[in-house]
Ligand binder design. Sequence first.
Ligand code: PMP
Length: 394
Amino acid sequence: MKLLNQLEARLHELHEQSLIRVRKTVETPCGPRVTVDGRPMLAFCSNDYLGLAGHPAVVAALQEGAERYGAGSGASHLISGHTSAHVALEERLAAFVGPYLVEPRALSFCTGYMANLAVITGLANVDKDTAIFSEALNHASLIDGARLARTTVKVYPHADLEALAALLEQSTAANKIVVTDSVFSMDGDLAPLPALLALCERHEAWLVVDDAHGFGTLGENGRGALAHFKLRSPNLVYMGTLGKAAGVGGAFVAAHKTVIETLIQRARPYIFTTAAPPALAHALLTSLDLIAGEEGDRRRGQLHALVAQWRDGLRLRRWQPLASDTAIQPVVIGRNDETMRVAAALYEQGLWVGGIRPPTVPADTARLRVTFSAAHTATEVAQLIAALNQLENT
Ligand code: PMP
């Protein structure tokens, strides 16, 4: 009982600090209008930025994929789980983001979390004398990848290129790896990728870019952050996720073919896990068609119009909307309990917005993380703006 008592005591502390997380149960397909625990809600908290998760063509492709390949892959990629659906997906992804890389190849993963663990450990393990330089607001999966690499990790302050330059200058490591989100997941702003890449090239360092929130939404045809900034370099290692704008699930790494071959041979999060169901890869081919085509352009246009409407319409004095042009539009409230009270008040009105607390964000910066989707309407966004403007005054 002593062991359970310890756990109970820790959970009680989380309660006291307004840090207990509660999972809500969604009963309908992913989209802005969902039924949650029996109640109709308007959701502003998913990462389905283009509204593809419920797109009939993607759903039909998933069904077709299951008929063609079965429900599961049955094994890891290096045993017998690597199918023609995975091959087709990797070829399409390599062609899609290839213009920004040199001699590109792509490798698919079950999740972005695992892709990040694989990239960082895979690149770090080739040389004992490795240093990792990690941006302060990086996603947890990048932080965990750096920990798992069991080597020197230097954290540089958010968007502080001078601090990073000084750290790179001081480092004598033979293998230097700079790691950053492209779109910061809890702030919505963009990393200064052109200047970061110039620094990395000067110091012969890798630049690992996690484009979880940029792939599909940024750049020409939704090709992501590298396209947005028009970058190209052999130093770039690109990670994109496929469960957000692409609407399905999984992730991929694209880089020079030698990097990818290294990951296939050495990266444990790639090697020692069952390959994702091939039907997902098959459905993703349809998602990619939609992202890259006219429908993708139309959906990105709608998303940007909704974000502009939101930024124009907010009239807040105490709560602070962060500067962001992306689909991620956080409003910093500060205290954990106040943040959760505001989120609960919105929820009462049928508006579902995530309340984000430490350790996901720094102490005293608890916030609402509002996310928009091309599937929202202007009327729905106006409803959220009105509710929030009014709540700040009550
Ligand atoms: N990187 C970033 C920046 C993310 O926001 C996320 C997902 N929240 C991931 C990686 C992990 O991706 P996945 O959900 O596919 O594991």
